[in-house]
Design a protein around this ligand. Structure first.
Ligand code: PDD
Length: 295
Protein backbone atom coordinates (compact mmCIF):
# COMPACT_ATOMS: atom_id res chain seq x y z
CA UNK A 1 0.00 0.00 0.00
CA UNK A 2 1.28 3.42 -0.95
CA UNK A 3 0.60 6.37 1.34
CA UNK A 4 0.88 10.09 0.63
CA UNK A 5 2.65 12.45 2.99
CA UNK A 6 3.60 16.04 2.20
CA UNK A 7 4.36 15.63 -1.49
CA UNK A 8 5.75 12.08 -1.33
CA UNK A 9 4.32 8.66 -2.13
CA UNK A 10 5.64 6.24 0.48
CA UNK A 11 5.47 2.69 1.76
CA UNK A 12 3.91 2.36 5.24
CA UNK A 13 7.31 1.81 6.89
CA UNK A 14 8.57 5.07 5.34
CA UNK A 15 5.70 7.05 6.88
CA UNK A 16 7.23 9.15 9.59
CA UNK A 17 4.46 10.55 11.76
CA UNK A 18 5.22 12.59 14.87
CA UNK A 19 3.83 12.17 18.38
CA UNK A 20 3.66 15.99 18.39
CA UNK A 21 1.44 16.20 15.33
CA UNK A 22 -1.47 18.42 16.39
CA UNK A 23 -3.86 16.03 14.67
CA UNK A 24 -2.70 13.34 17.07
CA UNK A 25 -2.70 15.35 20.29
CA UNK A 26 -5.61 17.76 19.68
CA UNK A 27 -7.56 16.41 16.70
CA UNK A 28 -6.51 19.77 15.21
CA UNK A 29 -7.25 19.09 11.56
CA UNK A 30 -9.83 18.21 8.94
CA UNK A 31 -10.39 15.31 6.55
CA UNK A 32 -12.27 13.94 3.55
CA UNK A 33 -13.47 10.55 2.34
CA UNK A 34 -13.86 10.28 -1.45
CA UNK A 35 -15.51 7.31 -3.16
CA UNK A 36 -13.86 5.43 -6.01
CA UNK A 37 -16.00 3.45 -8.47
CA UNK A 38 -14.22 1.28 -11.04
CA UNK A 39 -10.97 3.21 -10.57
CA UNK A 40 -12.58 6.65 -10.96
CA UNK A 41 -13.04 9.29 -8.26
CA UNK A 42 -16.66 10.25 -7.57
CA UNK A 43 -17.46 13.98 -6.99
CA UNK A 44 -13.77 14.64 -6.28
CA UNK A 45 -13.90 18.40 -6.83
CA UNK A 46 -16.82 18.82 -4.43
CA UNK A 47 -14.89 16.90 -1.75
CA UNK A 48 -11.68 18.90 -2.27
CA UNK A 49 -13.61 22.16 -2.19
CA UNK A 50 -15.13 21.10 1.13
CA UNK A 51 -11.66 20.13 2.44
CA UNK A 52 -10.41 23.62 1.58
CA UNK A 53 -13.50 25.17 3.20
CA UNK A 54 -13.15 23.06 6.37
CA UNK A 55 -9.47 24.05 6.60
CA UNK A 56 -10.34 27.74 6.15
CA UNK A 57 -13.02 27.49 8.87
CA UNK A 58 -10.39 26.34 11.40
CA UNK A 59 -7.96 29.01 10.08
CA UNK A 60 -5.61 26.42 8.59
CA UNK A 61 -3.98 27.61 5.35
CA UNK A 62 -3.72 24.54 3.15
CA UNK A 63 -0.82 24.96 0.70
CA UNK A 64 -2.58 22.99 -2.09
CA UNK A 65 -5.07 23.95 -4.78
CA UNK A 66 -8.17 21.92 -5.51
CA UNK A 67 -6.52 20.61 -8.71
CA UNK A 68 -3.42 19.51 -6.80
CA UNK A 69 -5.57 17.69 -4.24
CA UNK A 70 -7.48 15.87 -6.99
CA UNK A 71 -4.11 14.98 -8.58
CA UNK A 72 -2.89 13.47 -5.29
CA UNK A 73 -6.06 11.39 -4.92
CA UNK A 74 -5.75 10.17 -8.52
CA UNK A 75 -2.11 9.22 -8.11
CA UNK A 76 -2.89 7.35 -4.87
CA UNK A 77 -5.63 5.28 -6.45
CA UNK A 78 -3.38 4.47 -9.43
CA UNK A 79 -0.41 3.53 -7.20
CA UNK A 80 -2.65 1.18 -5.20
CA UNK A 81 -4.64 -0.01 -8.23
CA UNK A 82 -7.84 0.74 -6.36
CA UNK A 83 -11.00 -0.31 -8.15
CA UNK A 84 -13.84 0.13 -5.63
CA UNK A 85 -13.32 1.80 -2.27
CA UNK A 86 -12.33 5.23 -1.05
CA UNK A 87 -9.51 7.69 -0.57
CA UNK A 88 -8.92 9.11 2.90
CA UNK A 89 -7.18 12.50 3.04
CA UNK A 90 -6.46 14.47 6.20
CA UNK A 91 -4.64 17.64 7.01
CA UNK A 92 -3.44 18.69 10.45
CA UNK A 93 -2.03 21.98 11.68
CA UNK A 94 1.41 20.41 11.81
CA UNK A 95 4.05 19.30 14.29
CA UNK A 96 4.87 21.54 17.25
CA UNK A 97 5.30 21.29 21.04
CA UNK A 98 1.94 20.72 22.71
CA UNK A 99 0.50 24.13 23.55
CA UNK A 100 -3.12 24.85 22.66
CA UNK A 101 -2.66 28.06 20.65
CA UNK A 102 -1.57 27.85 17.01
CA UNK A 103 2.14 27.31 16.34
CA UNK A 104 3.99 30.09 14.50
CA UNK A 105 3.96 30.38 10.73
CA UNK A 106 7.14 28.34 10.27
CA UNK A 107 5.11 25.19 11.11
CA UNK A 108 3.57 23.66 7.98
CA UNK A 109 0.34 21.66 7.84
CA UNK A 110 0.75 17.89 7.41
CA UNK A 111 -1.28 16.36 4.56
CA UNK A 112 -1.56 12.58 4.51
CA UNK A 113 -3.66 10.15 2.50
CA UNK A 114 -4.24 6.51 1.68
CA UNK A 115 -6.69 4.24 -0.10
CA UNK A 116 -9.16 1.72 1.29
CA UNK A 117 -10.59 -1.08 -0.78
CA UNK A 118 -14.21 -1.77 0.14
CA UNK A 119 -17.16 -2.99 -1.87
CA UNK A 120 -20.47 -1.16 -2.12
CA UNK A 121 -22.77 -2.21 0.78
CA UNK A 122 -25.17 -3.94 -1.59
CA UNK A 123 -27.01 -6.04 0.98
CA UNK A 124 -27.71 -3.05 3.24
CA UNK A 125 -28.72 -0.94 0.23
CA UNK A 126 -31.25 -3.63 -0.62
CA UNK A 127 -32.60 -4.60 2.82
CA UNK A 128 -32.23 -1.30 4.64
CA UNK A 129 -30.82 -0.45 8.05
CA UNK A 130 -31.91 0.20 11.63
CA UNK A 131 -31.18 3.51 13.37
CA UNK A 132 -31.03 4.38 17.04
CA UNK A 133 -31.66 7.92 18.26
CA UNK A 134 -28.88 9.37 20.39
CA UNK A 135 -28.57 12.73 22.16
CA UNK A 136 -26.33 15.00 20.04
CA UNK A 137 -23.52 16.03 22.39
CA UNK A 138 -21.21 17.37 19.70
CA UNK A 139 -19.94 20.93 19.42
CA UNK A 140 -21.81 23.59 17.45
CA UNK A 141 -19.67 23.54 14.29
CA UNK A 142 -20.80 20.24 12.80
CA UNK A 143 -20.48 21.89 9.37
CA UNK A 144 -16.69 21.45 9.67
CA UNK A 145 -15.35 18.00 8.72
CA UNK A 146 -13.12 18.00 11.78
CA UNK A 147 -10.88 15.16 12.96
CA UNK A 148 -12.57 15.51 16.36
CA UNK A 149 -15.12 12.71 16.10
CA UNK A 150 -15.55 11.61 19.71
CA UNK A 151 -19.25 12.51 19.79
CA UNK A 152 -19.75 10.59 16.54
CA UNK A 153 -17.72 7.61 17.77
CA UNK A 154 -19.70 7.32 21.03
CA UNK A 155 -23.02 7.67 19.21
CA UNK A 156 -22.16 5.01 16.63
CA UNK A 157 -20.96 2.63 19.34
CA UNK A 158 -24.23 3.07 21.25
CA UNK A 159 -26.21 2.30 18.08
CA UNK A 160 -24.11 -0.76 17.23
CA UNK A 161 -24.44 -2.09 20.79
CA UNK A 162 -28.22 -1.96 20.29
CA UNK A 163 -27.95 -3.97 17.08
CA UNK A 164 -28.43 -0.91 14.84
CA UNK A 165 -26.32 0.14 11.86
CA UNK A 166 -26.35 3.90 12.41
CA UNK A 167 -27.06 6.48 15.13
CA UNK A 168 -29.55 9.31 14.64
CA UNK A 169 -28.45 12.52 16.33
CA UNK A 170 -31.21 14.47 18.09
CA UNK A 171 -30.48 17.92 19.54
CA UNK A 172 -33.21 19.98 21.24
CA UNK A 173 -35.76 17.41 20.04
CA UNK A 174 -34.75 18.02 16.40
CA UNK A 175 -33.36 15.25 14.19
CA UNK A 176 -29.99 16.48 12.84
CA UNK A 177 -28.00 13.77 11.00
CA UNK A 178 -26.42 10.35 11.45
CA UNK A 179 -23.10 9.68 13.19
CA UNK A 180 -21.43 9.59 9.75
CA UNK A 181 -24.31 10.39 7.40
CA UNK A 182 -27.11 12.82 6.56
CA UNK A 183 -30.76 11.82 6.98
CA UNK A 184 -33.89 12.31 4.89
CA UNK A 185 -37.57 11.53 5.47
CA UNK A 186 -40.40 11.31 2.97
CA UNK A 187 -43.95 12.23 3.98
CA UNK A 188 -46.86 12.51 1.55
CA UNK A 189 -44.46 12.65 -1.39
CA UNK A 190 -42.32 15.47 0.05
CA UNK A 191 -38.63 14.93 0.80
CA UNK A 192 -37.60 16.41 4.16
CA UNK A 193 -34.05 17.07 5.35
CA UNK A 194 -32.26 19.31 7.84
CA UNK A 195 -31.07 22.66 6.42
CA UNK A 196 -27.32 22.90 5.72
CA UNK A 197 -26.23 24.96 8.72
CA UNK A 198 -23.84 24.58 11.67
CA UNK A 199 -25.76 21.60 13.11
CA UNK A 200 -24.89 19.20 10.27
CA UNK A 201 -22.20 18.42 7.75
CA UNK A 202 -23.41 19.39 4.29
CA UNK A 203 -22.76 15.96 2.78
CA UNK A 204 -21.72 15.62 -0.82
CA UNK A 205 -24.13 12.68 -1.15
CA UNK A 206 -26.83 14.90 0.42
CA UNK A 207 -26.24 17.42 -2.38
CA UNK A 208 -26.39 14.66 -5.01
CA UNK A 209 -29.70 13.43 -3.55
CA UNK A 210 -31.19 16.94 -3.63
CA UNK A 211 -30.22 17.15 -7.31
CA UNK A 212 -31.71 13.70 -8.02
CA UNK A 213 -34.93 14.71 -6.21
CA UNK A 214 -35.13 17.76 -8.42
CA UNK A 215 -34.55 15.56 -11.51
CA UNK A 216 -37.45 13.36 -10.35
CA UNK A 217 -39.60 16.45 -9.57
CA UNK A 218 -39.87 15.39 -5.92
CA UNK A 219 -40.65 18.48 -3.80
CA UNK A 220 -38.04 19.17 -1.10
CA UNK A 221 -38.30 20.86 2.30
CA UNK A 222 -34.98 21.72 3.94
CA UNK A 223 -36.49 22.37 7.36
CA UNK A 224 -36.03 21.05 10.89
CA UNK A 225 -38.23 18.14 12.01
CA UNK A 226 -38.63 16.33 15.34
CA UNK A 227 -37.94 12.72 16.27
CA UNK A 228 -41.73 12.14 16.54
CA UNK A 229 -42.11 13.50 12.99
CA UNK A 230 -39.28 11.26 11.80
CA UNK A 231 -41.04 8.22 13.26
CA UNK A 232 -44.22 9.19 11.41
CA UNK A 233 -42.49 9.51 8.00
CA UNK A 234 -43.58 7.18 5.19
CA UNK A 235 -39.94 6.53 4.26
CA UNK A 236 -36.56 7.37 5.73
CA UNK A 237 -32.96 7.00 4.55
CA UNK A 238 -29.43 8.09 5.33
CA UNK A 239 -26.71 9.12 2.89
CA UNK A 240 -22.93 9.19 2.82
CA UNK A 241 -19.98 8.56 0.55
CA UNK A 242 -19.84 4.89 1.48
CA UNK A 243 -23.45 4.25 2.54
CA UNK A 244 -24.80 5.96 -0.63
CA UNK A 245 -28.62 6.03 -0.19
CA UNK A 246 -29.36 3.53 2.60
CA UNK A 247 -33.05 2.91 3.35
CA UNK A 248 -33.96 3.05 7.06
CA UNK A 249 -36.55 0.48 8.03
CA UNK A 250 -36.68 1.12 11.79
CA UNK A 251 -35.81 3.92 14.20
CA UNK A 252 -35.63 2.90 17.87
CA UNK A 253 -37.11 -0.46 16.83
CA UNK A 254 -40.24 1.23 15.46
CA UNK A 255 -40.97 0.50 11.79
CA UNK A 256 -40.90 3.41 9.36
CA UNK A 257 -43.89 3.15 7.03
CA UNK A 258 -44.32 -0.53 6.26
CA UNK A 259 -40.91 -1.35 7.74
CA UNK A 260 -39.40 -1.97 4.30
CA UNK A 261 -37.52 0.35 1.89
CA UNK A 262 -40.04 2.76 0.37
CA UNK A 263 -40.80 3.43 -3.33
CA UNK A 264 -39.35 6.97 -3.57
CA UNK A 265 -36.19 5.79 -1.79
CA UNK A 266 -35.95 3.03 -4.40
CA UNK A 267 -36.36 5.56 -7.23
CA UNK A 268 -33.60 7.75 -5.81
CA UNK A 269 -31.32 4.71 -5.38
CA UNK A 270 -31.99 3.67 -8.98
CA UNK A 271 -31.14 7.12 -10.33
CA UNK A 272 -28.02 7.21 -8.15
CA UNK A 273 -26.90 3.83 -9.56
CA UNK A 274 -27.61 4.90 -13.12
CA UNK A 275 -25.33 7.96 -12.98
CA UNK A 276 -22.28 5.90 -11.97
CA UNK A 277 -21.44 4.15 -15.29
CA UNK A 278 -21.54 7.46 -17.21
CA UNK A 279 -19.29 9.14 -14.65
CA UNK A 280 -16.88 6.20 -14.76
CA UNK A 281 -16.79 6.26 -18.56
CA UNK A 282 -16.14 10.03 -18.53
CA UNK A 283 -13.36 9.52 -15.97
CA UNK A 284 -11.65 6.86 -18.08
CA UNK A 285 -12.05 9.02 -21.21
CA UNK A 286 -10.32 11.98 -19.54
CA UNK A 287 -7.52 9.66 -18.34
CA UNK A 288 -7.00 8.53 -21.95
CA UNK A 289 -6.96 12.17 -23.12
CA UNK A 290 -4.38 13.13 -20.53
CA UNK A 291 -2.24 10.10 -21.53
CA UNK A 292 -2.42 11.21 -25.14
CA UNK A 293 -3.78 7.84 -26.23
CA UNK A 294 -6.45 7.46 -28.89
CA UNK A 295 -7.49 3.90 -28.01
N1 PDD B 1 -18.71 10.74 6.91
N2 PDD B 1 -22.49 13.81 8.36
C1 PDD B 1 -21.41 13.34 9.02
C2 PDD B 1 -21.28 13.64 10.47
C3 PDD B 1 -20.44 12.59 8.34
O1 PDD B 1 -19.37 12.15 9.01
C4 PDD B 1 -20.62 12.29 6.97
C5 PDD B 1 -19.62 11.49 6.19
C6 PDD B 1 -21.77 12.78 6.32
C7 PDD B 1 -22.03 12.51 4.86
O2 PDD B 1 -21.15 13.24 4.04
P1 PDD B 1 -20.74 12.74 2.58
O3 PDD B 1 -22.00 12.47 1.85
O4 PDD B 1 -20.00 13.90 2.02
O5 PDD B 1 -19.90 11.50 2.74
C8 PDD B 1 -22.66 13.54 7.05
C9 PDD B 1 -17.58 10.12 6.28
C10 PDD B 1 -17.87 9.32 5.08
C11 PDD B 1 -16.71 9.44 7.32
O6 PDD B 1 -16.46 10.08 8.32
O7 PDD B 1 -16.28 8.30 7.12
Amino acid sequence: MIYFKDGEYLQEEQMNLSMNDRGYVFGDGVYEVIKVYDGVLYTAEEHMERLLESAAKIRLALPYTMEQLVGIAERLLQENELSVGHIYLQVTRGVAPRVHQFPDHSVSPVLTGYTVENPRPLEQLDKGAAMKSVEDMRWLRCDIKSLNLLGNVLAKQEAVEQGCQEALFVRDGIVREGSASNVFGIKDGILHTHPANNFILNGITRRVVLQLASDLSIPVQEKEFTLAEALAMDEFFFTSTNAEITPVVTIDRQPIGEGIPGPLTRQLQKLFDEQIPALVAAGHASERDSNGSTS
